[in-house]
Design a protein around this ligand. Structure first.
Ligand SMILES: Cc1ncc(COP(=O)(O)O)c(C=O)c1O
Length: 322
Protein backbone atom coordinates (compact mmCIF):
# COMPACT_ATOMS: atom_id res chain seq x y z
CA UNK A 1 0.00 0.00 0.00
CA UNK A 2 1.23 3.52 -0.62
CA UNK A 3 1.36 5.86 2.34
CA UNK A 4 1.27 9.64 2.11
CA UNK A 5 3.75 11.13 4.54
CA UNK A 6 2.20 14.39 5.63
CA UNK A 7 1.00 16.01 8.81
CA UNK A 8 -2.50 16.22 7.40
CA UNK A 9 -2.51 12.43 6.93
CA UNK A 10 -1.37 12.10 10.55
CA UNK A 11 -4.24 14.36 11.69
CA UNK A 12 -6.71 12.25 9.70
CA UNK A 13 -5.47 8.99 11.25
CA UNK A 14 -5.56 10.54 14.72
CA UNK A 15 -9.22 11.43 14.22
CA UNK A 16 -9.99 7.88 13.14
CA UNK A 17 -8.27 6.50 16.22
CA UNK A 18 -10.45 8.70 18.41
CA UNK A 19 -13.47 6.95 16.95
CA UNK A 20 -12.30 3.50 18.04
CA UNK A 21 -13.97 2.99 21.43
CA UNK A 22 -11.64 0.20 22.63
CA UNK A 23 -8.63 2.41 22.05
CA UNK A 24 -10.17 5.44 23.70
CA UNK A 25 -10.96 3.24 26.73
CA UNK A 26 -7.43 1.75 26.78
CA UNK A 27 -5.80 5.11 27.60
CA UNK A 28 -3.31 4.61 24.76
CA UNK A 29 -4.39 7.76 22.95
CA UNK A 30 -3.18 10.15 25.65
CA UNK A 31 -0.39 12.59 24.80
CA UNK A 32 2.92 11.90 26.59
CA UNK A 33 3.94 14.44 29.22
CA UNK A 34 7.09 16.54 29.02
CA UNK A 35 9.23 16.97 32.15
CA UNK A 36 12.29 19.05 32.74
CA UNK A 37 15.46 17.21 33.79
CA UNK A 38 17.62 18.78 36.39
CA UNK A 39 21.14 17.39 36.43
CA UNK A 40 24.15 19.36 37.69
CA UNK A 41 25.88 18.71 34.32
CA UNK A 42 23.10 20.40 32.36
CA UNK A 43 23.01 23.37 34.75
CA UNK A 44 26.82 23.78 34.64
CA UNK A 45 26.84 23.78 30.85
CA UNK A 46 23.70 25.92 30.62
CA UNK A 47 21.87 23.39 28.45
CA UNK A 48 18.17 22.89 29.04
CA UNK A 49 17.05 19.27 28.70
CA UNK A 50 13.41 18.23 28.84
CA UNK A 51 12.18 14.68 28.47
CA UNK A 52 9.16 13.48 26.52
CA UNK A 53 7.97 10.65 28.76
CA UNK A 54 6.56 8.30 26.16
CA UNK A 55 7.56 5.55 28.58
CA UNK A 56 4.74 6.68 30.89
CA UNK A 57 2.06 6.45 28.23
CA UNK A 58 0.85 3.10 29.44
CA UNK A 59 2.11 0.55 31.98
CA UNK A 60 2.19 -2.28 29.43
CA UNK A 61 3.09 -0.67 26.10
CA UNK A 62 5.86 1.72 26.57
CA UNK A 63 7.37 4.40 24.40
CA UNK A 64 7.68 4.44 20.64
CA UNK A 65 6.22 0.93 20.18
CA UNK A 66 2.67 2.17 20.33
CA UNK A 67 3.38 5.01 17.92
CA UNK A 68 4.72 2.57 15.33
CA UNK A 69 1.75 0.27 15.75
CA UNK A 70 -1.28 2.50 15.96
CA UNK A 71 -1.83 3.26 12.26
CA UNK A 72 -1.03 -0.37 11.43
CA UNK A 73 -3.97 -1.32 13.62
CA UNK A 74 -6.18 1.18 11.83
CA UNK A 75 -5.21 -0.08 8.39
CA UNK A 76 -5.52 -3.70 9.44
CA UNK A 77 -9.06 -3.01 10.59
CA UNK A 78 -9.88 -1.04 7.46
CA UNK A 79 -8.77 -3.95 5.28
CA UNK A 80 -10.84 -6.40 7.31
CA UNK A 81 -7.83 -8.18 8.84
CA UNK A 82 -8.42 -10.12 12.04
CA UNK A 83 -4.84 -11.08 12.83
CA UNK A 84 -1.58 -9.15 13.34
CA UNK A 85 1.63 -11.06 12.62
CA UNK A 86 5.09 -9.82 13.48
CA UNK A 87 8.63 -10.84 14.38
CA UNK A 88 11.11 -10.38 17.19
CA UNK A 89 13.74 -11.80 19.49
CA UNK A 90 13.11 -13.37 22.89
CA UNK A 91 13.00 -10.01 24.69
CA UNK A 92 11.34 -8.00 21.92
CA UNK A 93 9.54 -4.90 23.20
CA UNK A 94 7.84 -4.78 19.83
CA UNK A 95 6.28 -8.29 19.91
CA UNK A 96 5.13 -7.67 23.46
CA UNK A 97 3.40 -4.46 22.29
CA UNK A 98 1.82 -6.19 19.27
CA UNK A 99 0.36 -8.86 21.56
CA UNK A 100 -1.08 -6.33 23.98
CA UNK A 101 -2.49 -3.94 21.41
CA UNK A 102 -4.10 -6.78 19.43
CA UNK A 103 -5.77 -7.96 22.59
CA UNK A 104 -7.03 -4.45 23.35
CA UNK A 105 -8.88 -4.22 20.04
CA UNK A 106 -10.03 -7.85 19.87
CA UNK A 107 -7.67 -9.02 17.12
CA UNK A 108 -5.62 -12.22 17.05
CA UNK A 109 -1.84 -12.01 17.03
CA UNK A 110 0.96 -14.24 15.88
CA UNK A 111 4.58 -13.71 16.97
CA UNK A 112 7.45 -15.29 15.05
CA UNK A 113 10.24 -15.59 17.61
CA UNK A 114 13.93 -15.95 16.73
CA UNK A 115 15.30 -19.10 18.36
CA UNK A 116 13.82 -22.61 18.19
CA UNK A 117 15.42 -23.44 21.54
CA UNK A 118 12.93 -21.08 23.24
CA UNK A 119 9.39 -21.64 24.43
CA UNK A 120 6.60 -19.51 25.88
CA UNK A 121 7.98 -19.95 29.38
CA UNK A 122 11.50 -18.85 28.49
CA UNK A 123 10.95 -15.36 29.91
CA UNK A 124 8.22 -13.01 31.24
CA UNK A 125 7.96 -11.10 27.92
CA UNK A 126 6.98 -14.26 26.04
CA UNK A 127 4.76 -15.44 28.89
CA UNK A 128 2.84 -12.15 28.88
CA UNK A 129 2.55 -12.12 25.10
CA UNK A 130 1.04 -15.57 25.23
CA UNK A 131 -1.29 -14.61 28.08
CA UNK A 132 -2.58 -11.76 25.89
CA UNK A 133 -3.46 -14.34 23.25
CA UNK A 134 -0.40 -14.21 20.99
CA UNK A 135 0.30 -17.44 19.15
CA UNK A 136 4.07 -17.85 19.41
CA UNK A 137 6.04 -19.67 16.71
CA UNK A 138 9.69 -20.37 17.58
CA UNK A 139 11.89 -20.67 14.52
CA UNK A 140 15.56 -21.28 13.86
CA UNK A 141 17.79 -18.27 13.28
CA UNK A 142 18.15 -19.15 9.63
CA UNK A 143 14.43 -19.46 9.07
CA UNK A 144 13.92 -16.18 10.97
CA UNK A 145 16.46 -14.40 8.77
CA UNK A 146 14.74 -15.64 5.63
CA UNK A 147 11.25 -14.79 6.83
CA UNK A 148 12.12 -11.29 7.99
CA UNK A 149 13.94 -10.66 4.70
CA UNK A 150 11.10 -11.99 2.54
CA UNK A 151 8.23 -10.46 4.51
CA UNK A 152 7.30 -13.47 6.57
CA UNK A 153 5.63 -16.80 6.13
CA UNK A 154 2.86 -16.94 3.54
CA UNK A 155 0.03 -15.18 5.35
CA UNK A 156 -3.61 -15.14 4.29
CA UNK A 157 -5.39 -11.95 3.23
CA UNK A 158 -6.90 -11.55 6.68
CA UNK A 159 -3.48 -11.30 8.34
CA UNK A 160 -1.75 -7.93 8.66
CA UNK A 161 2.01 -8.45 8.62
CA UNK A 162 4.16 -5.90 10.48
CA UNK A 163 7.95 -6.06 9.96
CA UNK A 164 10.45 -6.59 12.76
CA UNK A 165 10.61 -3.58 15.08
CA UNK A 166 7.38 -2.15 13.59
CA UNK A 167 9.40 -0.52 10.86
CA UNK A 168 7.10 0.18 7.94
CA UNK A 169 5.72 3.40 6.37
CA UNK A 170 2.76 3.40 8.76
CA UNK A 171 5.25 3.12 11.63
CA UNK A 172 7.12 6.17 10.34
CA UNK A 173 3.86 8.04 9.99
CA UNK A 174 2.83 7.08 13.53
CA UNK A 175 6.14 8.42 14.87
CA UNK A 176 5.34 11.75 13.22
CA UNK A 177 2.81 12.19 16.02
CA UNK A 178 5.32 11.58 18.85
CA UNK A 179 6.32 15.20 19.47
CA UNK A 180 3.24 17.33 20.13
CA UNK A 181 2.93 20.20 17.66
CA UNK A 182 2.36 22.69 20.44
CA UNK A 183 5.99 22.34 21.56
CA UNK A 184 7.78 22.42 18.18
CA UNK A 185 9.00 25.96 18.74
CA UNK A 186 10.37 25.29 22.24
CA UNK A 187 13.40 23.22 21.20
CA UNK A 188 16.57 23.48 19.12
CA UNK A 189 17.34 19.77 19.18
CA UNK A 190 15.49 16.49 19.71
CA UNK A 191 17.43 13.41 20.83
CA UNK A 192 16.44 9.75 20.79
CA UNK A 193 17.77 6.19 20.58
CA UNK A 194 17.98 4.61 17.15
CA UNK A 195 17.54 0.96 16.19
CA UNK A 196 15.82 0.47 12.85
CA UNK A 197 15.59 4.27 12.40
CA UNK A 198 11.82 4.21 11.96
CA UNK A 199 11.23 6.49 14.96
CA UNK A 200 13.91 9.00 14.01
CA UNK A 201 12.56 9.19 10.45
CA UNK A 202 9.05 9.97 11.71
CA UNK A 203 10.25 12.56 14.20
CA UNK A 204 12.53 14.22 11.61
CA UNK A 205 9.76 14.40 9.04
CA UNK A 206 7.27 15.90 11.48
CA UNK A 207 9.39 18.76 12.83
CA UNK A 208 10.28 22.06 11.19
CA UNK A 209 13.71 22.01 9.47
CA UNK A 210 15.29 24.34 12.01
CA UNK A 211 14.94 21.78 14.81
CA UNK A 212 17.88 19.35 14.68
CA UNK A 213 17.10 15.66 15.30
CA UNK A 214 19.88 13.42 16.67
CA UNK A 215 19.58 9.64 16.78
CA UNK A 216 22.02 7.62 18.87
CA UNK A 217 22.61 4.28 17.18
CA UNK A 218 22.59 1.31 19.53
CA UNK A 219 24.09 -0.90 16.80
CA UNK A 220 27.75 -1.16 15.86
CA UNK A 221 28.81 0.25 12.50
CA UNK A 222 28.42 3.33 10.39
CA UNK A 223 25.68 1.95 8.14
CA UNK A 224 22.74 3.32 10.20
CA UNK A 225 23.71 6.83 9.09
CA UNK A 226 23.80 5.90 5.41
CA UNK A 227 20.58 3.99 5.76
CA UNK A 228 18.91 7.03 7.31
CA UNK A 229 20.12 9.22 4.46
CA UNK A 230 18.49 6.89 1.94
CA UNK A 231 15.36 6.61 4.00
CA UNK A 232 14.89 10.35 4.32
CA UNK A 233 15.60 10.93 0.63
CA UNK A 234 12.94 8.39 -0.17
CA UNK A 235 10.50 10.55 1.80
CA UNK A 236 11.73 13.69 0.04
CA UNK A 237 13.63 15.15 2.96
CA UNK A 238 16.59 17.10 1.60
CA UNK A 239 17.90 19.07 4.60
CA UNK A 240 21.05 17.08 5.45
CA UNK A 241 22.29 19.51 8.10
CA UNK A 242 19.41 19.07 10.43
CA UNK A 243 19.59 15.47 11.45
CA UNK A 244 22.42 13.26 12.60
CA UNK A 245 23.02 9.65 13.51
CA UNK A 246 25.72 9.28 16.17
CA UNK A 247 27.46 5.96 15.66
CA UNK A 248 30.07 6.03 18.42
CA UNK A 249 27.87 5.29 21.46
CA UNK A 250 26.76 1.69 20.84
CA UNK A 251 29.01 0.39 23.68
CA UNK A 252 30.05 -2.70 21.72
CA UNK A 253 26.89 -3.34 19.71
CA UNK A 254 23.24 -4.24 20.10
CA UNK A 255 22.45 -5.63 23.53
CA UNK A 256 26.01 -5.15 24.76
CA UNK A 257 25.87 -3.56 28.17
CA UNK A 258 29.21 -2.85 29.83
CA UNK A 259 29.32 -2.28 33.58
CA UNK A 260 30.00 1.45 33.03
CA UNK A 261 26.70 1.77 31.16
CA UNK A 262 24.81 -0.08 33.89
CA UNK A 263 26.27 2.29 36.50
CA UNK A 264 25.38 5.30 34.35
CA UNK A 265 21.76 4.09 34.12
CA UNK A 266 21.60 3.45 37.87
CA UNK A 267 23.14 6.83 38.73
CA UNK A 268 20.86 8.65 36.30
CA UNK A 269 17.87 6.93 37.92
CA UNK A 270 19.06 7.95 41.41
CA UNK A 271 19.64 11.57 40.38
CA UNK A 272 16.49 12.17 38.35
CA UNK A 273 14.00 9.48 39.36
CA UNK A 274 13.73 8.48 35.69
CA UNK A 275 14.36 4.82 34.83
CA UNK A 276 16.27 4.15 31.60
CA UNK A 277 16.81 0.84 29.87
CA UNK A 278 20.41 -0.08 29.09
CA UNK A 279 19.79 -1.24 25.49
CA UNK A 280 18.28 1.93 24.03
CA UNK A 281 17.54 4.96 26.19
CA UNK A 282 20.55 4.44 28.48
CA UNK A 283 22.94 4.60 25.51
CA UNK A 284 21.13 7.63 24.07
CA UNK A 285 21.24 9.55 27.35
CA UNK A 286 24.88 8.64 27.90
CA UNK A 287 25.62 10.06 24.44
CA UNK A 288 23.74 13.27 25.16
CA UNK A 289 25.53 13.76 28.48
CA UNK A 290 28.89 13.19 26.79
CA UNK A 291 28.14 15.73 24.06
CA UNK A 292 26.94 18.26 26.62
CA UNK A 293 30.05 17.68 28.72
CA UNK A 294 32.30 18.28 25.71
CA UNK A 295 30.41 21.44 24.77
CA UNK A 296 29.37 19.96 21.40
CA UNK A 297 25.82 20.62 22.51
CA UNK A 298 26.54 24.25 23.26
CA UNK A 299 25.41 26.58 26.06
CA UNK A 300 21.91 27.90 25.57
CA UNK A 301 20.72 24.87 23.55
CA UNK A 302 17.20 23.65 24.33
CA UNK A 303 17.01 19.86 24.01
CA UNK A 304 14.02 17.53 24.04
CA UNK A 305 15.03 13.94 24.81
CA UNK A 306 12.44 11.32 23.84
CA UNK A 307 12.17 8.50 26.36
CA UNK A 308 11.23 5.70 23.97
CA UNK A 309 10.47 3.20 26.75
CA UNK A 310 11.93 -0.29 26.57
CA UNK A 311 11.60 -0.92 30.27
CA UNK A 312 9.70 -4.19 29.82
CA UNK A 313 12.48 -5.74 27.75
CA UNK A 314 15.06 -4.35 30.18
CA UNK A 315 13.90 -6.99 32.66
CA UNK A 316 16.21 -9.29 30.68
CA UNK A 317 19.15 -7.51 32.17
CA UNK A 318 18.65 -8.91 35.60
CA UNK A 319 19.38 -12.36 34.13
CA UNK A 320 21.53 -11.67 31.06
CA UNK A 321 23.51 -8.94 29.43
CA UNK A 322 23.73 -10.58 26.04
C1 LIG B 1 13.08 1.43 23.88
C2 LIG B 1 13.40 1.61 22.45
N1 LIG B 1 13.94 2.78 22.07
C3 LIG B 1 14.29 3.02 20.79
C4 LIG B 1 14.06 2.06 19.82
C5 LIG B 1 14.51 2.36 18.44
O1 LIG B 1 13.45 2.61 17.60
P1 LIG B 1 13.65 2.43 16.04
O2 LIG B 1 13.80 0.95 15.78
O3 LIG B 1 12.40 2.96 15.47
O4 LIG B 1 14.85 3.17 15.63
C6 LIG B 1 13.47 0.83 20.17
C7 LIG B 1 13.16 -0.19 19.15
O5 LIG B 1 11.99 -0.29 18.83
C8 LIG B 1 13.13 0.60 21.52
O6 LIG B 1 12.59 -0.57 21.93
Amino acid sequence: MSVVVSLSQVAEYEQSLQQWPELVASGLLAEPVIESLSLPLFAQQDVRVDMLRADLLHPLISGNKWFKLKYNLLQAREQGCRTLLSFGGAWSNHLHAVAFSAQQVGMRSVGIVRGDELNANSNPMLQEAQQWGMQLEFVSRQCYREWTRDGGPAADALTWVIPEGGDNPLGVLGCMSLVPRAVYADYDQVWLALGTGCTLAGVRLSLPPDVKVCGVSVLAGDWPRQQMQQRLQQWNWHEPANWDVLTQYHAGGYGRVPASLLSFVAEFGDNTGVPLDPVYTGKAMQALCDQVQRGIVSAGTRVLFIHTGGLQGARGFSSSTG
